[in-house]
Every structure is written in C-alpha cells, then in structure tokens.
Design a protein around this ligand. Structure first.
Ligand SMILES: C[S@@+](CC[C@H](N)C(=O)[O-])C[C@H]1O[C@@H](n2cnc3c(N)ncnc32)[C@H](O)[C@@H]1O
Length: 253
C-alpha cells in the first residue's frame, strides 16, 4: 500500500481530519474537480464513526484489495447499509468466501457500537456451479484458513463468528437469534436464494434489512426470485430497492 494511501487513511480517520477532508472534497467537487474519482473519497460523506472504522480497515486492507467477490463499490454499499441498519440484532452473511465483505460488516458493527457478524459458509464451495468453485482447489480445498487469516488481519476475531455448514442447516441452529441485516450471497440459483430467504428472513427483526447480492448476475436466479416472490410480499417493503445494479435491498415489515 502506498505511503500516500496510508497517510490519507490515518488523517481521514481522525475527527478533525475527517471534517477537513470532507469539506475539501465538497469544495473540489463544487468546482468540478474529482468528479470522476469516487473510491475511496465517497467514504468521507459517512458519519464520523463509520469513516473512522472504514479508515482503520483500509489501513489493514487497502480498499481495492482483490480478495473478495464483490467490487469495492459493492462492499462500500454493503457497509453503508450495515451502518444504517437501525433494527435490533446482529448481522449475518450467507456465503462468506474468504471474509473480505465479512470484514466490512464487522467494521460496521464497530461503528454502530454493538452487534456481531455471523458468517455462514460451507467453506468448501457449493454444488451450484462446479467450475466456478474450482477456485476452492487453489485454497487447498477450503477457504476457512484464508477466512480466519482475513478476520485476524482486520482485527475482528472478537466480532465475527464463523458458522460452518449449509446455510439452511445453520438457520435451524440460529432460530433464537434476531438480525438487523441479512446478506444473501451463497447459492445464487432460484431455488437456492428461495431456500435462504425462507429460512433466514423470519430471523430478521422488524425494520431490519435483507440484502441480495448478484442481483444482476446473468444466469442466476436472484433477480427473478426477488421480482416474483419478494417484492409485493407481506414480509417486506421494497426499500431501499436497487442500491447498485448488482445489489437489491428490502426492509422487513
Ligand atoms: C459468491 S461467494 C460469497 C462471496 C462473499 N460474500 C464476498 O463478498 O466475498 C459464495 C459463497 O457461498 C458459499 N455457498 C454456496 N452455497 C452455499 C450453501 N448452500 N451453504 C453454505 N455456503 C454456500 C460458497 O462456498 C462460497 O464461498
């Protein structure tokens, strides 16, 4: 990571630095500068606690780290949703892969001042698409060691619980828990997303958020499922809706 990036993360992570950088950015954009340069400047319009935690995370893992399956913009959008989640409870991610997005959820818990992240994965891939998860072989057959390494590197061992198993089976073990945010990013087939929604949506607190990733993924069933069975259901209101082309979020009634 460059020295300039380190300095930026350090300065913008202080209260005064955050304010100064935000005002500077507003002025620059007012005069037409920096319009096309978003990440990581977009993080400056967050409340101070959130920016501070993001800068802390980025000091450990640069914002453009390529170890996740989301784009940096998508991770920032998930972070924003998690920071804004006002309902009672923890956060849960279905499909954690190597834990980069999990770190953003954990940073959001720190910014909120409470809650934990439950990261659910078999960590050995899925039957969904055997070729895609051939990537698992490059990790010695399991992404769990890489996941643990990421969480430790982010300093989130005390905030994250790894739940190893099929998402629907883990749901049965978590029936007594309530969640402020559910991120669905595991099996992207129509039947897979449907099963995850059926098993986990009842565990989301009223006012809590249900977030679908890979909404725009060709050949996946996410968009079809959301359009046919989620929007208009009595369980949710379709807000905030399409946060990014690939992320759709609804609020539990
Ligand atoms: C797209 S990746 C998750 C990416 C991760 N959220 C990120 O942002 O980096 C999908 C993950 O879901 C897991 N998975 C797929 N189907 C599953 C299931 N039914 N139960 C548990 N894990 C599953 C796979 O092992 C894989 O790690």
């Amino acid at each position: 990571m460059s020295l300039a990036a380190q300095c930026y993360y350090r300065v913008a992570g202080t209260r005064m630095g955050h304010r100064a950088a935000r005002e500077g950015l507003r002025a620059a954009r007012h005069f037409g500068a920096l319009r096309d340069f978003h990440m990581p400047l977009d993080a400056l319009d967050l409340p101070y606690n959130s920016t501070r935690e993001l800068m802390r995370l980025w000091r450990r893992m640069h914002w453009s780290s390529g170890d996740g399956m989301m784009t940096p913009q998508e991770r920032l959008a998930i972070f924003r949703l998690a920071c804004a989640a006002r309902a009672a409870g923890d956060l849960v991610e279905l499909g954690a892969w190597k834990g980069l997005t999990t770190c953003y959820l954990a940073a959001a818990c720190r910014a909120r001042g409470h809650g934990r992240v439950f990261a659910v994965d078999t960590f050995v891939g899925t039957r969904e698409d055997n070729t895609r998860y051939a990537a698992i072989e490059r990790h010695g057959g399991s992404t769990l060691p890489a996941f643990r390494e990421f969480i430790a590197r982010g300093g989130f061992d005390d905030v994250v619980t790894a739940c190893v198993g099929l998402t629907t089976e883990v749901a049965a073990q978590q029936r007594a828990r309530r969640f402020a945010l559910l991120l669905i990013d595991a099996d992207h087939s129509y039947a897979g997303v449907r099963a995850d929604f059926a098993a986990w949506a009842p565990l989301v607190s009223p006012g809590g958020m249900i977030v679908f990733h890979d909404y725009a993924m060709p050949d996946a069933g996410v968009r079809d499922f959301v359009r046919r069975e989620v929007i208009g259901s009595r369980w949710v209101v379709a807000e905030p809706g399409e946060v990014l082309p690939n992320i759709f979020a609804v609020t539990r009634c």
